[in-house]
Design a protein around this ligand. Sequence first.
Ligand code: ZN
Length: 190
Amino acid sequence: MSDPPVLLVKAIKVAGHFLVFYPKNPAWAPENLAPLIDACKAIGLLGTERSPGIYATGPEYLGLITYLGCSPQVALGENEAATTIRIAGIFDAPLFVQGGNLKPPRCPQCRKPMGKPVAPARADGKLKCGQCGYSGSVCEFDWRRSAACARLFIEVSNVFESEAVPGEALAACLEQASGEAWDYCYVRKD
Ligand SMILES: [Zn+2]
């Protein structure tokens, strides 16, 4: 198995605010990325590939991602500051992607909030609930949309926490292209 901290550096390279889509099953990954990328291009999420694995927003971007504010500032197109969509993966083992906005998790068994981990959590790490005694993988806990555990991520740049959510069409597309349920979170990389 590869060393997770090295992979983490590869996955989290650019500072900023990200909306991150990921398969709910941390162990799952496709054989290759082509079917997923093709599906995301076909619905207009992905535009031109600006550098390997990093795409401009596609023509339907604003119909697929729902911005919740009344006048969102969304930079589209090809310029330097424009929003990009990065496909990160496929990693050999699940990564726990987190940022400065990491929230204390909830226990998957009793649902009570726990303390924030003092050290950065790792996908192969364990946590124990002080309330009910449940012990399990870091990936099993509910990080309240502030972290993700997966072997594959789709990262949309320039999205502040809770500023935008995936629309139903995008959620359905990801599920259909992969045969897996997906979820999303927000990660602030400092
Ligand atoms: Zn508990």
